[in-house]
Design a protein around this ligand. Sequence first.
Ligand SMILES: NC(=O)C1=CN([C@@H]2O[C@H](COP(=O)(O)OP(=O)(O)OC[C@H]3O[C@@H](n4cnc5c(N)ncnc54)[C@H](O)[C@@H]3O)[C@@H](O)[C@H]2O)C=CC1
Ligand SMILES: O=C(CO)COP(=O)(O)O
Length: 335
Amino acid sequence: MRAVVMGAGSWGTAVAKILVDAGTPTTIWARRPELAAQIDAEHTNTDYLSGITLPAGLHAASDVAEVLPDADIVVCAVPSQSLRANLTDWTPYLRPDATLVSLAKGIETSSLMRMSEVIAEVTGVGSERIAVLSGPNLAREIAEEQPAATVIACPDDARARALQDAFKNAYFRPYTNTDVVGCEIGGAVKNVIALACGMAGGVGFGQNTLATIITRGLAETIRLGITLGADMQTLAGLAGIGDLVATCSSPLSRNRTFGARLGEGATMQEAQAATNGQVAEGVKSCTSVRALAEKHGVSMPLTDAVHGVCHNGMSVTDAVSSLLGRSTKPEVYHD
Ligand SMILES: NC(=O)C1=CN([C@@H]2O[C@H](COP(=O)(O)OP(=O)(O)OC[C@H]3O[C@@H](n4cnc5c(N)ncnc54)[C@H](O)[C@@H]3O)[C@@H](O)[C@H]2O)C=CC1
Ligand SMILES: O=C(CO)COP(=O)(O)O
């Protein structure tokens, strides 16, 4: 099987390395020809993964028509809100039997769709050929070959197992699952909760606050996930609690870092500037996650608070007061 990774940001580049190190012939597509040339000739991606040497066997190109027609596995590695537009360009070049794998962790703001739904709608590909890869996978740690696991979810279990073979290597261990909804909701909501954890850290709160936000963030994730048909086991697994803990705790997380800047008093523009052009998905997805929850009658107070800070001019201290001022209740995940 041949793979192409569409997007040469930090995670796309790390995933291309994973695939080559797993023995899967892989090409990476970069929008900018100069970045493709750097990866191809110098085996580095200094903009996104400085200091990492990429495998010599990783080929890079910037022409969609060159890279897509050969690919059995098409890995979608662009930010959530740009996936639809990118897919529209890619669709004419897809092989009729290709498997599409989504890496993006977000909910489309314009449609409230999950990424696998966007892929199905734009490409017309059946859900059995669409998979999601999600887990506690901070790109830099994996590019450094630190051991990690992930989940590859696809309604077609045989296809998930074929992908598992294509991605598994000495430092990266994929588990299969058929619960696409659970993986996608876990991935999208944890970015919003990581923003909240960053904000708390930024104002100077410690580990008790962090653990409280992670745990109640998980309760929100479970409420929304179960309502949308997710399996509780997925949310208790790598793509749920696993990714939530990694992202909420790590200074490598763009979402947590963005939240920390806001907690320290930066404006949205200043926090955005500090991301060096990389995506902090939760900033946009807090709007769509909140709208999705509202549509389904699910209460998500942490998501509401993050949305208030990011989009309604609320201060972090006011957000904390609004959360602690709510009526008390038993500790359950459902309302
Ligand atoms: N970086 C990480 O540690 C991880 C990221 N993810 C998810 O993977 C997805 C991609 O993330 P990264 O590679 O980290 O993002 P990034 O911000 O580092 O790179 C995004 C890539 O997409 C390309 N792109 C194509 N069209 C674009 C457009 N219209 N607007 C902006 N960028 C465009 C950019 O040129 C760039 O190569 C996100 O949904 C993210 O949440 C998932 C797991 C780990
Ligand atoms: O998804 C991630 C880790 O699994 C990366 O999180 P950030 O996008 O916040 O860096």
